[in-house]
Design a protein around this ligand. Sequence first.
Ligand code: SF4
Length: 254
Amino acid sequence: MANQDLFYSVQLTTPLGEIRGKVAVQDAPMRLAEVVPTALDLTNILVQQAIKKEQALGRQISCGPGCGMCCRQMVPVSPPEAFYIMDLLDFMAPNTRAELMARFNAIEKVLQKRGMITPLMSPEYTDDPVLAVAKQYYTLNLECPFLTNESCSIYRYRPVVCREYNVTSSPEHCKNPYTLEVEKVSIPLALSAVLSRLTARLTHTKPRLIPLSLVPYWVSKVGELRWRQWPGAELFQTFMSFVGPSSHEQGVAA
Ligand code: SF4
């Protein structure tokens, strides 16, 4: 029998309000990268709700086109997002892909030369030593490989953490994020952490994040994990269990 899409009616309560929606899930084996679009959609909803709340309090978002200061920071992504980014690169025109890979390689060389690869590959992003490396990373002024003319060239597909980075402080503060206070809009649920925990549960490892600029490096080290598949329903239900208390009904798409 041919595989059918299952759909889940999802109802989720967050400090910013209730989220309701329908999510289609393949009743077929799925890769970790294939959960990412759902995480990105949920992030978009949470970010919109958080921004509305800020605006209701009279605070305006100062981020805008042409400001890519945050795109020089170390950008942590989850393993499923790393695979999703590699898929994006592999779907690009060969010239574009080659140019982007050259940018990734150039950054990797700089980090290699400075002995920063090992600490940046530490899964413990909350540790003080890693924070110190993040500061050091920022001083190197390494642009994200996807930054073009101070704008994101993969805006529609950008990672969770890039979507969550909205500030109400002056853009000047983003130029000195470790000395001036950056007032970030608070998001109640970090979907990159959810994706990271999902991977840890399925692979019996510790939750981890990867710097975006080292995604090709990391993916080259983990081999077949990029292609490993799990039953779609199991993957989605495990993902939702980390999203938090929610109710979901299962059905077959018409
Ligand atoms: S993916 Fe886009 S938004 Fe995120 S750091 Fe890179 S250029 Fe900036």
